[in-house]
Design a protein around this ligand. Structure first.
Ligand code: F6P
Length: 553
């Protein structure tokens, strides 16, 4: 990699649009959201966009019309729209792996034409969807039976990262829409306890394993799958023939699937132009499709597609992923925000932020640009958060009165999902009252004058004052449906895309996970056999020795 600008691209920090934003930030100084709302009563209406079913209010952000204009100028100057078009066209924008980035093709209608290396990939996508649909149908209806002729009652997905987080998250989110007669479990951790707990109480004769791995070489997944096969064979009397009734695979790598012993007739394919963290609308979502049925899975895909089209066609002023991405750029660089909280007010979204952690942090946790030069600007934030109102009684104290600057997204729904008991359903207004109260408190706080006016003793006034000025986005929808989940995920996917484009980083590789993998392979013999590991540092050597003695070796 060269230190020079190999593609003749101006570095971000040398762009006039970047300097204009820095100057504008100086001018904005300590402007408070209270002031912004006082001087612009129409702000809430003007700073709201509707994307499909998602009502997105970004008025509680530390921005003015001028800020938004400058941010859009930055997006234009850094070629966000051009890169977006290149992505949708199937160009190889994942430069370090020389791959197309086409998760959008996974949810494109059959009539769309998207070519990679001269081949239209859309018919292949639909072919696999149809195969998944009929397989899901046969499991759901009991047509697909285990080796002893018993009906499948349990589906265990074995995968990790993008081959686990997507289906596991979406299964939790859409649980009210799933077939409750079937049990679904998700195993990812190489810690054998994960597998142990996942298989607890399951009868091998009624259990189907889906081994989900893009590469089919990921050590955690292959190890878990091998142990699961052993568990199955132990439970079914050791007949190797049983494997084909109880194991199917999702992968891009037929050779490895077959080497593992899974019949490639029972393999559901996807392609190297689908990144792991963007893969759950592909065959990686097979477990989810079995849970939901084909129709509802396709509704989810339609939700994704709706936001894909919005991202492609909405003007910059009303383009939700663009706005969300640019706001993150603004805070990361000019407010030194290190973190971004995503706070869903739906218990079904309890794993949503964990899913976003991979999507965002594996995509944009990069310190060199697309040409390999170190960046001199902030890239992706630490993404975190759990469902409200639990977080309110845990870490919101820090959001309100801590010293960190943490922009947040609040996601809520006007209605609870499905048929709740009347008393349970009635709790929804209380949940949502908290939702609205929190963004209000974060934005506007409570001044010391207001605290004093309540008769609070003077020595307590500083403790009970809220400075406010914490920016939030509110995303509100009528109800959490399969389509709405697709819309939400696509919204965040494209937000991450926008930021990567502005920062000029490759959001689609993940070299940063490699070193740890290589070292783990090297260290393992030291743990098991006490082997000498070349180049092991003094601290790690001592720790390995302690580990071995604690293990009684
Ligand atoms: O964490 C690295 C990674 O390559 C992810 O990007 C991917 O989702 C995960 O490992 C699992 O990979 P695979 O699907 O090939 O098993």
């Amino acid at each position: 990699m060269s230190d020079t600008n190999t593609q003749g691209r101006t570095r971000l920090d040398q762009r006039p649009e970047w300097h204009a934003l820095a100057e504008h930030r100086e001018e904005l100084g300590a402007t408070h959201l209270r002031e912004l709302f006082d001087t612009d009563p129409d702000r809430a209406r003007r700073y709201t966009v509707q994307v499909g079913d998602l009502h997105l209010d970004y008025s509680k952000h530390l921005v003015t019309d001028e800020t938004l204009r400058l941010l859009r100028d930055l997006a234009a100057a850094t070629g966000v729209a051009e890169l977006r078009e290149a992505m949708f066209r199937g160009e190889k924008i994942n430069v370090t792996e020389d791959r197309a980035v086409l998760h959008t093709a996974l949810r494109a209608p059959l009539s769309t034409e998207i070519t990679v290396d001269g081949v239209n990939v859309v018919p292949g996508v639909h072919h696999v969807l149809t195969r998944m649909g009929s397989f899901a149908h046969s499991v759901r209806t009991g047509k697909w039976v285990g080796s002893t002729g018993r009906r499948i009652k349990n589906v265990v997905n074995i995968g990790i990262g993008g081959s686990d987080l997507g289906p596991a998250m979406a299964y939790e989110v859409l649980r009210p829409y799933t077939d409750r007669e079937l049990t679904f479990r998700f195993v990812s951790n190489v810690d054998g306890s994960d597998l142990h707990e996942a298989l607890h109480g399951l009868d091998p004769a009624e259990t189907l394993f889906i081994v989900a791995s893009k590469t089919f070489t990921t050590i955690e997944t292959i190890t878990n799958a091998t142990s699961a096969r052993e568990w199955l064979l132990d439970g079914l009397g050791g007949d190797e023939n049983a494997v084909r009734f109880h194991f199917v695979a999702v992968s891009t790598n037929a050779a490895e699937v077959s080497k593992f012993g899974i019949d490639t007739d029972n393999m559901f394919e996807f392609w190297d132009w689908v990144g792991g963290r963007y893969s759950y609308p592909s065959a990686i979502g097979l477990s989810l499709m079995i849970a939901l049925g084909e129709e509802q899975f396709r509704e989810m895909l339609a939700g994704f597609h709706l936001v894909d089209e919005h991202f492609r066609t909405a003007p910059p002023e009303a383009n939700a992923p663009l706005l969300m991405g640019l706001l993150g750029v603004w805070y990361g660089q000019f407010f030194d925000a290190q973190a971004h909280a995503v706070l869903p007010y739906s218990h079904y979204l309890s794993r949503f932020t964990a899913y976003l952690q991979q999507l965002d942090m594996e995509s944009n946790g990069k310190y060199v640009d697309r040409e390999g030069r170190p960046v001199d600007w902030q890239t992706g934030p630490v993404v975190w958060g759990t469902p409200g109102t639990n977080g309110q009684h845990a870490y919101y104290q820090l959001l309100h009165q801590g010293t960190k600057f943490i922009p947040a997204d609040f996601i809520g729904f006007a209605n609870p999902v499905g048929e709740l008991e009347p008393a349970f359903a009635a709790q929804h207004d209380l949940l949502m009252a908290n939702f609205f109260a929190q963004t209000q408190a974060l934005a506007f706080g409570k001044t010391s004058e207001e605290v004093r006016a309540e008769g609070v003793p003077e020595e307590q006034v500083p403790h009970r004052t809220f400075r406010g000025n914490h920016p939030t986005t509110t995303i509100l929808a009528k109800e959490l449906t399969p389509s709405v989940l697709g819309q939400l995920v696509a919204l965040y996917e494209h937000k991450v895309f926008v930021q990567g484009a502005v920062w000029n980083i490759d959001s689609f590789d993940q070299w940063g996970v490699e070193l740890g993998k290589v070292l783990a392979k090297r260290v393992e013999p030291a743990l098991t056999e006490g082997a000498e590991v070349a180049g092991l540092d003094a601290s790690s050597k001592a720790l390995v020795a302690t580990y071995r003695s604690l293990r009684g070796r």
